[in-house]
Write a protein that binds this ligand. Structure first.
Ligand code: GLY
Length: 355
């Protein structure tokens, strides 16, 4: 399946389960001064979870463009991106844990036809209930892993907001892809064999957050009006699994961008690790800079403007390593816009500004 088909099948699946499809919001969060950029699908729905405003439906679904500043320096490995699309289904005081688990398994196994045996689940150490739900739905006990707050608590996005324990589905790419250590598992902290990168046998795909609390700026927590669900499934990682490739850069999302870089540099991709890394950085940052510009961010010395400036500079630095001495980001933007301009029309509407 192409990434466009995966996105559409996700949204259609949740529409068939009575969810209202909602467009992605801007990368500039509205009404949330504590948040620099939109980091997840739930950001535009914060006031629904808190009861401050009424949702158009208690069940929502979206594909949200999201930006994570913390990952800038990781970009170039197989999985990290600054900009990614987060597929999500949301229950605003409607269904809770059981339905969220059933929907997730049904979409992966019945719709995408991924093998059930390849999935493992992680749960928060206080959440026996969800561990039992996975078991009841065919995930055996030895494939359910318990973690603490660091891995299985999500939120708030920004300094305050809804949060709660979460449960994740990871995809097992097979022992031969792993570090070989006896206790290799999801969130593995060993290194890949002969590399300084972390073991990536298990790919974290879908995070199911059971929203129950509001985290206040002073660190206290109060309960939300009703238990709710917020999920996040990274489209690029799912595309890598569906297209049976090792890296997000080998998916249909990045191949056309990398082909353009190959064309303008005259270099081959995947031959030398340094140039491969630089090509990935250029492709990813050109894409994420295009999206930030499309939402009206301009390079500057602080806040969002500084984030944009950092990624443009990093792209140029890696471009120079590839021998690109003349402006090149505009050419890559044109490929981003032609590829993603249907799903995200702002990329085309603001062409002159972006260029
Ligand atoms: N809001 C859920 C996630 O970002 O994983």
């Amino acid at each position: 399946m192409t990434s466009d088909q995966i996105r559409e099948s996700f949204l259609k699946y949740f529409e068939s389960k009575s969810h209202l499809r909602v467009s992605s919001s801007s990368l500039i969060p509205v009404g949330d001064p504590t948040l620099l950029l939109t980091t997840a699908g739930m950001v535009q729905f914060k006031s629904y979870f808190t009861g401050q405003s009424e949702p158009p439906s208690k069940r929502l679904t979206s594909s949200q463009k999201s930006f994570r500043v913390v990952d800038i320096d990781e970009v170039g490995d197989d999985t990290h991106l600054t900009l990614f699309e987060m597929l999500g289904n949301f229950s605003i005081g409607d269904y809770f844990k059981k339905e969220a688990v059933i929907f997730a398994l049904d979409f992966f196994i019945s719709v995408l036809e991924l093998p059930k045996d390849n999935f493992v689940a992680t749960v928060h150490h206080d959440d026996n209930e969800t561990a039992n739900i996975w078991k009841d739905n065919g995930i055996p006990t030895d494939k359910i892993f318990i973690f603490g707050d660091e891995d299985n608590w999500w939120g708030p996005a920004g300094l305050e907001g809804p949060c709660g324990p979460c449960s994740e589905l990871h995809y097992d790419r097979g022992a031969e892809k792993g570090c070989g250590q006896q206790d290799c598992g999801p969130n593995c902290s060993y290194l890949q064999k002969g590399s300084d990168l972390l073991c990536d046998r298990y790919v974290e795909l879908w995070n199911l957050v059971f929203m129950q609390f509001y985290h206040h700026i002073d660190g206290t927590r109060t309960t939300l009006p009703s238990p709710s669900v917020d999920t996040g499934l990274g489209l690029e990682r799912l595309a890598a699994v569906m297209q049976d490739v090792k890296s997000v850069f080998d998916t249909d999302i990045f191949v056309p961008l990398l082909n353009t870089i190959v064309k303008i540099t005259g270099l081959e991709y995947g031959i030398d690790s340094n140039s491969t890394y630089s090509m990935r950085v250029v492709a990813e940052h050109a894409r994420s800079a295009s999206f930030l510009l499309a939402d009206g961010v301009v390079p500057g010395n602080e806040g969002r403007g500084y984030v944009l400036r950092r990624i443009i500079r990093r792209a140029i630095r890696h471009g120079l390593k590839l021998g690109l001495n003349k402006p090149f980001l505009g050419e890559i933007y044109r490929v981003v816009a032609s590829q993603m301009g249907v799903a995200y029309p702002e990329l085309r509407q603001h062409q002159d500004f972006i260029l």
